[in-house]
Each structure stands twice: as C-alpha cells, then as structure tokens.
Design a binder for this molecule. Structure first.
Ligand code: MD3
Ligand code: FE
Length: 211
C-alpha cells in the first residue's frame, strides 16, 4: 500500500530485535564533502578477497582502524595498504553522528574506532555475509546511507532464504545491537532512480568498535 504518511521528519522504527532504523536522521551533504576529502588521500578501491575475486563494492576507511581484505584474509589495520599511511582521522562530525545515532537507540557511550566507507555504483551488490572481524560485540554498529536508495536484506541466522527487506534512503541511519551482530545480511544490486537520473552512487558509512 502507498504510505500516505511518508514524510521527511526523522522517525525511529524497530526492524527486528536490536535493529533500529532512524529514517531521515542526518543531512548528508556535509558528510559527502568529508568523504571527498578522505578519498583524496585514501581513495576508494576494490579489495582482493581470499577466494581470489575482487569485491564489487569499492571501499576506503577513516578512523584508527580500517577494514581491509587481501588474499590472506579480512582484518582491521591501522595502515592503508595503498599509501602505507595511517587512515585519515575520523572527522568529529562523523564521530558525533555515530554517537547520537547510537544514543537514539539507547546505546550510550558508543566509541567507534573504525569507519568503513563503502561505495556502490549502479549494479553493485553485496552478497549475504556475516561480519565477524570485530572483537567487541558489546558495542553496536551504526550505518549511514548516502545517495541512491538501496534494499538492505536481513536474512537472520541462515545465509539465504526469506529475507526482511529494508529500503534505505539518503540520510537514513541503522543501529545494530548485540543480538543482531552475527546475522547474515546483504545489499541488493543498486538500481538507477528514474526520478533522479543524475545520482549515480550510494555511499554507506559503517561505524564500528573494532578492538
Ligand atoms: C548487520 N555493509 O560492509 S552496513 C559491510 O550497506 C556491510 O554497505 C552494508 O554489510 C552496506 O559489512 C551494510 C550495516 C551493517 C554493517 C554490519 C553489520 C549491518 C550489519 C553487522 C552485523 C549485522
Ligand atoms: Fe556486513
């Protein structure tokens, strides 16, 4: 059914146990310009995975640790393997946003030390997977959607089967707590928005406490 009450005010919704959707939580324009600055020193890149294929999503990081992958596996590293420097610092705007979002979902004192920045172009998808590289499962994950809408899929404890589909729009934030941390999840292939044909990408910020 058409949502007669769709609107642009922020709105908090529980999707599943320990999964919160904060719709229209943030103005993404300033975030995008911070991403631009970050990618000047640590550019978006596809990463080689242990199975010998490159990721479809292009990624970079900011903060103390960055998520990296190569043929030996996935891990968090303080160093960008492209330029051998530390990742760009976590902008205070990013940190405050992550803390505010976590607090809105009743997670006080979220202290992210890693921000993965994923870039999806038209056709890019993220297959179903679990995130298991973090040490601290007490802290939530906060993710911020920028740009084109995407359909996020929540599978639960099995890799495939029936999913909960969540449409994520520019400015939406999701908060993932304790019990949701090991669920399988993915993102459907990005499609063009006929209403906004100039928009060509989705960027997702994922804030984590990795250590
Ligand atoms: C749920 N990225 O990079 S962020 C990933 O939109 C990833 O780029 C998606 O899944 C994206 O690993 C989703 C939200 C997210 C991140 C980690 C999770 C959701 C999660 C870990 C456990 C459960
Ligand atoms: Fe993930």
């Amino acid at each position: 059914m058409q949502d007669l009450f769709s609107e642009t005010r922020p709105h908090k919704q529980q999707i599943a146990p320990d999964i919160w959707l904060l719709s229209n939580f943030v103005d993404t324009k300033p975030l995008l310009s911070l991403v631009d600055t970050i990618t000047q020193s640590s550019p978006f890149r596809k990463m080689l995975t242990p199975n010998g294929h490159y990721t479809g999503v292009a990624a970079t990081n900011c903060g103390k640790f960055g998520w990296v992958s190569d043929k030996t596996g996935y891990r968090y590293s303080p160093i960008d393997p492209i330029n051998k420097n530390q990742w760009p610092a976590l902008p205070s705007t990013f940190e405050q946003l992550a803390k505010d979002a976590a607090k809105s979902a009743d997670f006080e004192n979220f202290c992210p030390d890693a921000c993965l920045i994923n870039r999806y172009l038209i056709g890019t998808k993220l297959g179903s997977h679990q995130d298991k590289n973090e040490v601290n499962f007490k802290q939530p994950i906060v993710s911020v959607s920028i740009g084109l809408p995407a359909i996020f899929q929540i599978f639960g404890s099995q890799r495939s089967g029936k999913a909960i589909n969540v449409q994520l729009y520019d400015g939406d934030v999701m908060v993932w707590g304790n019990s949701s941390r090991l669920i399988y999840h993915g993102v459907k292939a990005l499609t063009e928005n006929s209403l906004d044909p100039n928009q060509k990408q989705r960027i997702n910020l994922t804030f984590r406490k990795s250590h």
